[in-house]
Design a protein around this ligand. Sequence first.
Ligand code: ATP
Length: 425
Amino acid sequence: HTSVCPRSLYLHEVHRPCSVMLLVNPHSGKGQALSLFTGHVQRMLNEAGVPHTLVITERQNHARELVREADLSQWGALVIMSGDGLLFEVVNGLMEREDWEEAIQTPLGILPGGSGNALAASIHHYSGAQPVSSEELLVSCGFLLCKGLVSRMDLASVHLGSSPSNPTRLFSFLSLAWGFVADVDVESEKYRHVGAARFTMGTLVRLASLRVYKGRLAYLPVDEVDGEEEDGQSPVSLEMTSVSPQRQPPSSAFCSSTFLCRPLKDSPCQNAAHHAFKAKKREPMSANATLPGPPDSLLVPLDQPVPSDWVVVPEEDFVLMLAMYQSHLAKDLYAAPDSTLDDGLIHLIYIRAGISRTALLRLFLAMEKGTHLANNCPHLVYTRVRALRLEPYSPKGVITVDGEVVEYGPVQAQVHGGIARLITR
Ligand SMILES: Nc1ncnc2c1ncn2[C@@H]1O[C@H](COP(=O)(O)OP(=O)(O)OP(=O)(O)O)[C@@H](O)[C@H]1O
């Protein structure tokens, strides 16, 4: 099923087959992902000659299992129409394969169908466009998909170690959160019917019962790896600091010519529609540390102290810790304005205890425009790091990876610059 794509040849790229596997979670967001796809995107793809096979996910981990077993040589790209949670499954399914190194090169695409849609908002932002409504965001991502240009994307390897002798490892493309943000993400699930506004509602509710989270935070600052001075303020030069593979011009994910590609095939899988989508009453995600994947050269086992070149934050009382590798935490939450798709950086934000409710609310309102870091809030710290470790002291709490609840306990992460590929620009 492989065919030569003129656009790929033009870019001197090794060609890939042209057909797209389009995974749709019918229950994501307000439960309208399928009708949003047929109403807004399908015709665009047809007119652009992008052949696609529709697969409707039937349950949690369906997508993960599918891509773990799939013959990836058949697919030019894997595109998900859902929230970020389904892409999280796809990324981890690919990284669980023996051939992970090649598998994770499969171009990935996202069409926003959830209520958060952080990655979709990030790529829309990277394309230079202004913030838009949810439907316009979908159309914008549909256009990017039709163009089919691929760029590199960072992933972070995340180790969860409630049992240090048997740590688990996951791959994350978006964020690692603890404290206020993680609590809001989980608690606001019950407001998912209002779409993106669920975060505003969740923030207001959690502000009313603001609490302090105890723990130890440590990180490896950017300068320790790159031997350059870090001022903690100015934007980091990509060329100087990125550990990603050399930056390349975007390449084509698939060819646009229907003559050379597999015929269009829209085939919803059987038995798809009526599975109850319990609002995130899902098992915490987990994975095995012995899985294939890149070595985490910056991390030591979780039961050992962090290396001496790491910074240990002196405070132990926090309101939140948020590690971001893309710009948006949700469609209207522009949390890490300096972040780019493959800068090889973790943008670490933490807020120390002592901040007033009003100041915290002001920060979240400023986050809509990405001005919160320029707010001179004495409780907020922003720094760019390669790796971090968080050891929560409170026995109970919530940690999220890409918005998904994971096992609670010590956690550490290291960024792997540009190891995945995303349809963007
Ligand atoms: N048919 C299905 N029924 C139940 N769960 C599903 C189904 N298909 C996928 N899932 C699960 O739903 C989750 C996908 O959630 P995702 O984040 O993509 O959407 P969402 O929760 O609506 O988005 P958001 O977090 O932005 O609100 C994944 O964890 C996946 O395992």
